[in-house]
Design a protein. Structure first.
Ligand code: ADP
Ligand code: MG
Length: 180
């Protein structure tokens, strides 16, 4: 059998829309899921993760870590007292060796939480066969990369690709159900 995959492409006109899309994405996520975010610096990966954190309902501010590579956000109690999965947010930009990856003990987080990884391409795929690959890009590029405001503004295009059996029958935000 072939691995079921599905793709959804969505335009995100501003940062709030990107956060809203992250919240929608959280609606299909559960403990054990891995989300791999790719895109240039400033593309909007952390902004999208903020939306995922809001959608899951987790403690703490999702931010770009300065020194910490992985940050755990425990689930908040819902009104009925139940808790969903927490969020483990990994920004591997400063990772310098695969030994540091081992030290993160992501296998453990992967069981209990939703794990979102920025800058994970090339090593994170080895953790699990099932994952959501999310690519964020600026269709028009930075107009003037020396101007921070210019580079930060403008719409993004996000493509979500579901990889693995986990996603069979799951409807991604902005896409039809995965066949299979
Ligand atoms: P990354 O984590 O990919 O390096 P960040 O999410 O930290 O990127 O930064 C993205 C920056 O771009 C933020 O300042 C955000 O407000 C801004 N921005 C502008 N438009 C958008 C958009 N449509 N989606 C996401 N971020 C946007
Ligand atoms: Mg980031």
């Amino acid at each position: 059998t072939t691995t079921p995959t599905a793709e959804a492409t969505v335009r995100l006109v501003d940062a709030d829309t990107t956060r809203a899309f992250g919240r929608a994405l959280a609606g299909v996520l559960r403990a054990g899921d891995l989300v791999v975010l790719t895109g240039d610096l400033g593309a909007g990966k952390t902004t999208l993760t903020q939306g995922i954190g809001a959608g899951l309902g987790v403690r703490g501010q999702v931010a770009s870590p300065t020194f910490i590579i992985a940050r755990e956000h425990p689930p908040l109690a819902r009104p009925d007292g139940s808790r969903g999965p927490g969020l483990v947010h990994v920004d591997a930009y400063r990772l310098s060796s695969l030994d540091e990856v081992d030290a993160l003990d992501l296998d453990a987080s992967l069981d209990a939480s939703v794990t979102v990884v920025e800058w994970g391409e090339g090593w994170v795929e080895g953790l699990t066969a099932d994952r959501l690959e999310v690519k964020v890009r600026r269709p028009r590029g930075g107009v003037d990369p020396t101007d921070d405001e210019d580079a930060a503004a403008g719409e993004r295009v996000v493509t979500v690709r579901a990889v693995g059996d986990r996603w069979a029958g799951v409807t991604l935000p902005g896409a039809d159900a995965v066949a299979g």
